[in-house]
Design a binder for this molecule. Sequence first.
Ligand code: NDP
Length: 499
Amino acid sequence: MDQVVARQSLPDTPRIFGFFVDGKRMEAGERAYFERRSPGHDVPVTRIPKCTREDLDLAVKAARRAFEDGRWSRIPAVERADVLLRAAQILRSRAGELAYWETLENGKPISQARAEVDGCAGMFEYAAGLARTLHGDAFNNLGDGMFGLVTREPIGVVGLITPWNFPFLILCERVPYILAAGCTIVAKPSEVTSATTLMLAEILSEAGLPDGCYNVVTGSGSVIGQAMTEHLDIDMVSFTGSTAVGRRCVEAAGGNFKKLGLELGGKNPQIVFADADLEDAADGVAFGIGFNTGQCCVSGSRLIVERSVASEFEKLVAAKLAKVRIGDPLDPATQIGAITTTAQNRTILDYIAKGREEGARLVCGGGALDFGRGQYIAPTLFADVTGAMAIAREEIFGPVLAVMPFDSEAEAIAMANDTVYGLAASVWTKNIDKALNVTRRVRAGRFWVNTTLAGGPELPLGGFKQSGWGREAGSYGIEEYTQIKSVHIEIGKREPWVR
Ligand code: NDP
């Protein structure tokens, strides 16, 4: 991966996007625009059309046509793989541009955005392989007169609703797998971060994806997102976002019993034992809460630390957080950028105030950072947190870490499981027995041992409990977008029923 070396300047005027249906860019025309301001600089950077329900219908019709006529779903998988591999190449060649628009709309550091685009290209390459290896099963043990097959078929038209925290990465953890399965897509990005989802449309067309297979309808979640989950001609919706909206998707999907993939919130524990490499663990814990300003569904937001080292460890983490480079997302050296939305900025500051009111002890951070423009919050560490406090129970989605001490392994496991969520967890210890016990007993879909937030195309993503349904990425990620069909084949003359 090449590094981002120079600071790019802000655009002089906001870039105007259209939406994308049936292989064509559609202009906004009479429709209103949503103007996005860069959260790191507070200047307008993009203008995105506010689509209507009729636009959604048009996109679903295009996706349905493309699916039913077999232009993508019935071609040999090797041809689908070729398109995905070409898309990966184009992604890599346009990585700088994609990272720039991602950073402007989201507020994440440009070097991080650049690395994410590289990860996205890897997703396309891996999914290309999966397209060719996807297969069913055969039963040759049903006797002389019968042969059995289990085949996988693409599920159909998939609605894809993605959030603003990783607009491009989350998109690319799903799109190549959905396409590899032979499905067609109508995507709805978060209204505040639509640019790179639209840019992917151009990239896929250039890579040779047939028209109608990837459509993008922009607009608000309450209008387009809601209409998508209710839509009777969408076969499956993959939704990533809050648990509250995930619940609304479940209710709305009842109309045609569409399948749902849900990746929702988390309140993820970082369990640190006294025998861990505390220097490594402190670095990992700081990364786990600081990365993407803590706006990750898998952020390690609860630090459950063995009491004998709690005070020392608290100081180590605070020292690490004090050294992190926070500031202008366009500066290649920045490690923590801006808070993505004004609403989220308010939510995080309210939780910090609540932590203070509830009697937690502020160790570092504790408020907004003023860089003259944009919205920034200092990584914040609260100690003496009890399991009853809101900052220990609720997903804050910001750089706020709650520290809670434990005395025994069983207590650490119980504390880690004391949440409605089950998305991710980390354990830090040099003792293999403790590492395995904790990994087995904590209920979470993703687990890290002596590391955190590691990922890649091979391992699946998804949650236990109220963190969601289904899995994305890995071989599981392609299977989610298929239906299974059982086929019984009679061999030879039928034994008559009517004699
Ligand atoms: P939402 O759950 O509201 O948004 C996620 C996506 O869903 C966006 O594309 C949004 O569109 C869309 N959406 C909104 N309402 C509906 C609806 N009724 N039907 C279908 N789709 C809808 O998250 P917020 O942006 O409001 O963030 C609130 C909280 O959610 C955060 O504080 C955080 O706790 C959590 N969150 C979790 C994420 C995760 O990765 N697990 C990601 C983002 C948020 P639009 O943005 O255009 O309104």
